[in-house]
Design a binder for this molecule. Structure first.
Ligand SMILES: Cc1ncc(COP(=O)(O)O)c(C=O)c1O
Length: 401
């Protein structure tokens, strides 16, 4: 057996490695080890919602005539897929011609590529407080500093956002999960959208709009993205939540001025996204199937959200607060008496219930008195039992604090 040589890896490691954020999930190990755990941490469609047969047939069709696609090509993606996305974006009010759409390995790669295009060490990024921690993981290697702009039930709040821009130099971008936000479920209100765009424009900073959940509305129509009002908005989309995460197919709609840098960055990172999977999606989506599939998911997730909120009504002690979700995957539960989310963890382990604690979602991991609950992945009776367990964990933790 070869013996590992005694290289001084600490000396060899890049300075930037120190900026990488350890995965927050390490903190959840005791929770994840609990027997019969009911885990509300999931942010995926449930397995039974994955259209196995449809994808399998579409994949077989791609293999029928595959010689053409064995080689490297299509750095920015398969044109018919980009055209399909362009049409879908138009239905959401966004003018996104296919030549301003790049296919990425999930929207997570979109976040990385945009960061490559925009950020120098020491640049500042405004993120929502709380925000999606995966974006922080993607931004960290670029050695940026974070400024945290508060959100409320109507999404990003314009005034403090403007204050941050007025009082700080070197801000390059505002990163927002504008619709059914991960983690709070909040959507930027109609009357704030224009104001936020105007604030960003006046300050000369980019808006990076990450929108994995917008199509999964429980209302009549999905809310409009910010990108519908401003072609300068960099928009990130994905099939992870509407079809399945394992596809690893997302897209970036970008302003023309960023075409070269983004496409060059994509080529440098992984040359292209999977050509087979892109074709499989186009095949599967044909004849209105994708719209139908999303319509069914909206119904199912809306019903699951209702199961969760009904259980919360029944079970939660006084002082616990939440808002009924209007779409997406998540509900943000505020704990009573400013109970820190971290203090709830050991009681949750004892009660065999899991969630993501609020501090995961801040760049400085500041204490938060809320937790994120996902309602899409579990069967209804597990949601009900799990909320009962969570209520008990909160009662126990409240007694101790
Ligand atoms: C806000 C947000 N952005 C990006 C992602 C990553 O999605 P993808 O699977 O498309 O990379 C997620 C996944 O949870 C998310 O919630």
């Amino acid at each position: 057996m070869a013996i590992e040589t005694q290289l001084d890896w600490n000396h060899l490691k890049a300075g930037r490695a120190a900026a990488l954020r350890p995965s927050p999930f390490a903190d959840l190990r005791p929770m994840m080890a609990a027997d019969d755990l009911i885990f509300f941490g999931g942010g995926t469609p449930p397995p039974e919602r994955v259209p196995v047969e449809r994808l399998r047939h579409a994949a077989m069709d791609v293999w029928e005539d595959a010689r053409e696609i064995f080689a490297y090509a299509e750095v920015d993606g398969y044109m018919p897929l980009r055209e399909l996305i362009s049409e879908r974006m138009a239905a959401r009010g966004v003018d996104a011609p296919a030549d301003r759409i790049m296919i990425t390995n999930g929207s997570q790669q979109g976040i990385d590529l945009v960061a490559r295009a925009l950020f120098d060490p020491g640049d500042r990024v405004i993120v929502e407080g709380p925000t999606y921690f995966g974006a922080l993981q993607a931004f960290d290697p670029f050695e940026v500093e974070y400024l945290v702009a508060p959100v409320d039930e109507h999404g990003l709040i314009p005034e403090p956002l403007e204050d941050l821009l007025v009082t700080h130099e070197r801000v390059k971008a505002i990163y927002t999960v504008s619709i059914y936000q991960n983690p709070t479920g909040a959507t930027i209100a109609e009357n704030r959208r224009r104001e936020i765009i105007d604030i960003a424009r006046a300050a000369g900073v980019a808006i990076i709009e990450d929108d994995p959940y917008g199509e999964l509305t429980f209302e009549d129509e999905p809310p409009k993205p910010l990108a519908a009002d401003d072609p300068n908005v960099i928009y990130l989309g994905t099939f992870s939540k509407t079809i399945m995460p394992a596809l690893r197919i997302g897209w970036t709609v970008y302003p023309s001025a960023l075409a070269d840098v983004l496409i060059d960055a994509k080529e440098a990172v992984d040359i292209q996204s999977d050509r087979f999977v892109q074709r499989m999606i186009v095949g599967a989506a044909s004849d209105g199937w994708l719209d139908q599939h999303i319509a069914e998911s909206r119904k199912l997730y809306g019903a699951k959200a209702a199961v969760m909120t009904a259980a919360l009504e029944r079970e939660m002690p006084a002082g616990v607060r939440w808002r009924d979700p209007a779409g997406g995957f998540f509900l943000w539960l505020s704990l009573p008496n400013d109970l820190p989310s971290r203090a709830l963890l050991p009681h949750a382990v004892a009660e065999r219930v899991g969630f993501l604690p609020g501090y995961f979602f801040y760049p400085d991991r500041r204490e938060s008195t809320a937790v994120r609950l996902g309602f899409t992945t579990l069967p209804d009776e597990r949601i009900e039992t799990g909320i009962g367990r969570l209520a008990e964990a909160i009662r126990r933790a409240s007694k101790q604090s």
